[in-house]
Design a protein around this ligand. Structure first.
Ligand code: URA
Length: 431
């Protein structure tokens, strides 16, 4: 068997055998398959697809390419949530403390910003000193002791995905349903969460452009997780315009803290939706009861206290939870005004790109992030606006004309606006 023959078979649209898939993934992990071969394989999969059976084997082989964390023997259900990536989506920063306050353990492995999308680990590093690099033992101990931890997976977890993702990122092969499903689920299955909620985005700012494709991806990932013995659910949600009102690390942390203090907006709505589903599944209570408890954890301040506990446990400056001046915005501000009168349309993609280009995200792996870069929305998509009124503020330290033009271009005036539901569909435990 050779990597060449496997690529050739997939190029011709043939279904690969379990043996072929495991051979290829072993080659990715041990270096005997080259980057060029990985690229050709990924393009063949993108163009020819995979059966659900092939995708399940690919996921399993990738999961086993590195260390797999065994389920620790502490009591209580462990929950995890994974989003396929969005703009101004800080639900993790709200959901983890709320669930912990309800007694649901959160073993949350997160990622860094990818392309125009923000990453939870970058946002958590807005708390000066926050350590996202926990060892498997530290991670497990913290989940046991205080109920939750949020960290990056170690280098020894799913090494096949690390190589494959880096190749996909530069060969236009990210947006393939079987490749995304195996990449996401291999990382979820290498961890020990019992209950997993997947937030699969569609729209302008997401990898999947149509809700139908997002739902197909969600169903495939749910079936992979269930086959591996996990309790799974998934929400298909819209990412045409930013979820919250803030983009950029410090600004998004400020906003998540505000939601934990009672602010009500779309970020709060979606975070509570996820909490309701996960708490209901983990605690075996009705969704109405789960929602009431989640809301109470915010009203009583218990969730905010949990955030402070997690920040402190991971070495972050806990004072920033209570004092937003410790999460500063950049020194220059440019106001964006409505280019006409009518309904406002806002592109998540254009704003995500603008934030990155101003230094708020990475242009390439390893770039330093400016946590103070921010875009604050003053109006929401669908709002009626008058020409010249302020729709957003852009905070930056280093002026980049192209980035500012991209930010301005994100706001369009339309005469009729078709509102999208926040949650397009939900795949529950029984579905
Ligand atoms: N997130 C991942 O982890 N992998 C993908 O392929 C896409 C999004």
């Amino acid at each position: 068997m050779t990597a060449y023959d496997i690529i050739d078979a997939k190029k011709r649209g043939m279904a690969l055998s379990e043996e072929q898939i495991r051979f290829f993934v072993r080659g990715i992990a041990d270096g005997s398959v080259s980057d060029v071969q990985i690229a050709a394989f990924c393009m063949a999969v993108l163009l020819r697809g995979m059966t659900d059976g092939e995708c399940f084997v690919l996921t399993d082989a990738m999961t086993r390419s590195g260390e797999v964390a065994p389920r620790p023997n502490f009591t209580g259900i462990c929950a995890d949530k994974h989003s396929t990536g969005g703009v101004s989506d800080s639900t993790t920063l709200v959901l983890v403390p709320v669930l912990c306050a309800l007694g649901v353990r959160c073993a949350k492995y997160s990622g860094r910003g990818l392309g125009h999308t923000g990453g939870t680990l970058d946002k958590l590093e807005s708390f000066k000193g926050f350590n996202v690099n926990l060892s498997a033992e530290q991670f497990e101990r913290q989940v046991e002791k205080i109920g939750g931890a949020v960290a990056g997976q170690t280098n020894s977890t799913v090494p096949a995905d690390k190589r494959m993702y880096a190749v996909r990122d530069v060969t236009a092969t990210v947006d393939s349903i079987p490749l995304i499903a195996s990449s996401v689920m291999s990382k979820k299955l290498a961890s020990f969460a019992d209950v997993i909620l997947l937030d699969v985005k569609y729209g302008d700012g997401a990898f999947m452009h149509s809700p139908a494709d997002a739902e197909k991806l969600a169903r495939l990932m749910v079936s992979i997780g269930r086959k591996a013995g996990r309790k799974m659910c998934a929400a298909v949600t819209c990412m045409d315009s930013p979820l919250g009102d803030s983009i950029g690390c410090n600004a998004e942390v400020r906003e998540a803290v505000a939601v934990l203090k009672g602010k009500k907006n779309d970020l709060a709505k979606l975070s509570l939706f996820h909490c309701e589903k996960l708490a209901s599944l983990a605690l075996g209570i009705s969704e109405a009861e789960a929602r009431a408890r989640a809301e109470e954890s915010i009203a009583s301040g218990a969730a905010l206290k949990k955030l402070a506990e997690i920040v402190e446990a991971q070495g972050g400056d806990v004072r920033a939870v209570y004092d937003e001046s410790l999460l500063p915005l950049a020194k220059h501000c440019e106001v964006i005004r409505a280019p006409g009168s009518g309904r406002l349309k806002i592109s998540a993609l254009a704003l995500g790109k603008a934030c990155c280009a101003l230094g708020g995200g990475r242009q390439k792996e390893g770039d330093e992030i400016d946590h103070s870069v921010a875009i604050l929305l003053k109006r929401r998509a669908g709002d009626p606006v008058q020409e010249g009124e302020t729709v957003a503020e852009v905070y930056y330290n280093k002026r980049e004309e192209d980035a500012l033009a991209s930010a301005r271009g994100a706001f369009e005036i339309v005469q009729t606006y078709e509102p999208q539901p926040l949650v397009y569909s939900y795949i529950g435990e029984e579905d």
